[in-house]
Design a protein around this ligand. Structure first.
Ligand code: OXD
Ligand code: MN
Length: 606
């Protein structure tokens, strides 16, 4: 469709202004069709950016290799440009919006020369759902168009819902690499140098401006930028929740169903949990979403969640038929791979795929690579943040309700991190405020690999939202407290802290994780049904010793340790929160959270 055919006057004007600024060679509006997807992939193959994979092994799939400077979200180049610095809070980068727009307008001038501008109408959430939001992304990257086709709902059907005057979130994106006459990408991933990359959010005007990166969350603007940073602001203003949470459906042996959402920092196995295959006989887990949940109160007073996305943008390394067979099946066709290694028969390979590299590979940098198991320092063949983009409807475990426009009613929230010590396997909050307190202290223990923090300290990532909250984190905590006040306590989800990552003093895992986590989910399910036995402790409700049957390899002593309250460890935890974590939020920290901190401390001391 041509830009001149757009029926929405405001949208047409905005696109025409962008054309005048960015001066692409041509511009087109995306229709979301399979032909369009194939054409985009065709263009990237022609420009040497994509390699078609073996159609007998991975039908309809391609591999991209990005630039070494463009392999992940760039948090230090990500901005929340609110009118007042105070509103971005201590955990976000801030530049005055007028100043930032001036800098970026200069960068956008002529930035699409030699390229085509694509106007992508997309819906986050089922098209037309009351909870869904529409965005329009302008981009010069066919890679982005193809990925958006998988990750969101794209095309004419979205324009139909938008009508002639509907509202949308305007999103600018350019890779920041104009082409000279007759210049082609020629296999070189287009992007701008790091100091020219900007991933900017304007919360008051609900705009997203991205420049200089073609990768993942920096460029697929529906995901972290719209569905979390901008949506968190909308949710605050409109009284709902936009969260960095997976959504799963769980069915017990009696056929009863519940839905659970969960927030975990990156690298805690969120996608694996969303697609878990239970080891507990008779239980079933199905997937509604693996990364983001939008939740609103229904007429019955319960919170209903939708997954605003339509695909999975998952980390490939570590994904195998053993760790996540459902993910492996999801990405067995029609998948875009980025920065994984290529085998001689045009298959993909990555570290942790479950088998040795089959001979000669081309690594993510495009170099020949042979596995050398004797070389502990060998650089990986796949980048550690290599990704797959796969359609959610190809997931064998996808729940039939995953596209229900009304969403699914949530019974429980989970919070967790990588905590080798102190935090028990599972722990239920005593109240909503106690649960919000738990969410506010989420974090993972720092390993030797992180250079900026001392080993053993906790890198806090409240609600797993640290890089994704579009406003002051203290106000965000207050918003959670307010949601609890608005809801009926009997209908609000119950809140649980889980920890799959406990170790013994000697460094042995105490809990096997993966499918065995179903034993914990079953207890949570039962607690939400008002059964499931628990003991009341200073830190919350813990399962009684017989409430969880240990899997093989976990002794009853191990289970006892996993389910006990480490009073000394918790006192240190509370002291760390009081001294190092909560002061960051100044007087924006809700008084309810201070009260929870004091109450837990008192209980631990009594
Ligand atoms: C992601 C993340 O990419 O949370 O989903 O980092
Ligand atoms: Mn995520």
């Amino acid at each position: 469709m041509k830009v001149s055919e757009l029926k929405h006057g405001g949208l047409k004007k905005w696109v025409e202004e962008a054309i005048a600024l960015m001066t692409p060679d041509s511009a087109e509006v995306c229709d979301g069709s399979r032909e369009e997807y194939d054409a985009m992939i065709g263009l990237t193959i022609e420009s040497g950016l994509a390699t078609p994979l073996n159609p007998d092994i991975l039908p309809g799939s391609v591999l991209f290799r990005s630039d070494p400077s463009d392999v992940a979200r760039v948090e230090n180049r990500t901005y929340i440009a609110s009118n007042n610095k105070e509103d971005a809070g201590p955990t976000n980068n801030w530049i005055d919006p007028a100043e930032l727009k001036k800098i970026m307008t200069e960068l956008y001038k002529g930035c699409m020369k030699g390229r085509t501008m694509y106007v992508i109408p997309f819906s986050m959430g089922p098209v037309g759902s009351e909870i869904a939001k529409i965005g329009i992304e302008i981009t010069d990257s066919p890679y982005v168009v193809a990925n958006m086709h998988i990750m969101t709902r794209v095309g004419s059907k979205v324009l139909d819902v938008l009508g002639t005057d509907g509202s949308y979130v305007p999103c600018f994106h350019s890779v920041g690499k104009p082409l000279a006459p007759r210049e082609k990408d020629n296999g070189v991933w287009p992007c701008a140098p790091l100091d020219k990359k900007y991933i900017s959010h304007f919360p008051e005007t609900r705009e997203i401006w991205s420049y200089g990166s073609g990768y993942g969350g920096n460029a697929l603007l529906g995901k972290k930028c719209l569905a979390l940073r901008i949506a968190s602001v909308l949710a605050r203003d409109e009284g709902w929740l936009a969260e960095h949470m997976l959504i799963l459906k769980i069915t017990n042996p009696k056929g009863e169903v519940k839905y659970i959402t969960g927030a975990f920092p990156s690298a805690c196995g969120k996608t694996n949990l969303a697609m878990l295959i239970p080891t507990l006989p008779g239980w079933k887990v199905e997937t509604v979403g693996d990364d983001i949940a939008w939740m609103k109160f229904g007429k019955d007073g319960r919170l209903y969640a939708i997954n605003p996305e339509a695909g999975f943008f998952g980390v490939a390394p570590g994904t195998s038929l053993e760790s996540n067979p459902n993910a492996m099946k999801t990405i067995s066709k029609n998948t875009i791979y980025t920065n994984v290694a290529l085998t001689e028969d045009k298959n993909v390979w990555w570290e942790g795929i479950g088998y040795d590299a089959p001979g000669k590979l081309i690594d993510w940098n495009g170099n020949v690579w042979y596995q050398d198991k004797n070389n502990k320092g060998q650089k990986p063949a796949a980048h550690p943040n290599a990704r797959f983009t796969g359609p959610a409807n190809q997931c064998p475990a996808i729940a039939k309700e995953w596209e229900d426009p009304a969403g699914v009613p949530i019974s429980a929230f989970l919070f967790g991190g990588r905590r080798p010590r102190t935090i028990p396997l599972v722990n239920q909050a005593k109240s909503w405020a106690h649960g919000v307190f738990m969410g506010s202290i989420v974090g993972s223990e720092v390993t030797a690999a992180a250079l900026d923090l001392k080993e053993g300290t906790i890198r806090r990532d409240p609600f797993a939202m640290l890089p994704f909250c579009g406003y002051h984190m203290g106000d965000y905590f207050q918003h959670w407290i307010n949601i609890g006040k608005k809801g009926d306590p009997d209908k609000l989800p119950k809140i649980f802290f889980v920890n799959w990552f406990r170790k013994t003093e000697s460094g042995k895992w105490l809990w096997p994780g993966y499918g065995e986590n179903s034993r914990v989910l079953a207890w949570i399910f039962d607690r939400c049904s008002g059964v499931g036995s628990a003991v009341d402790t200073p830190i919350g409700y813990l399962p009684t010793e017989d409430a969880i049957t240990p899997p093989s390899g976990v002794s009853s002593e191990d289970l006892k340790e996993l389910l006990s309250v480490d009073i000394k460890g918790w006192k240190a935890e509370i002291a760390d929160v009081r001294q190092n974590h909560y002061p960051k939020f100044g007087d924006k920290l809700p008084k309810e959270l201070f009260a929870e901190l004091n109450a837990i401390e008192k209980r631990l001391n009594s």
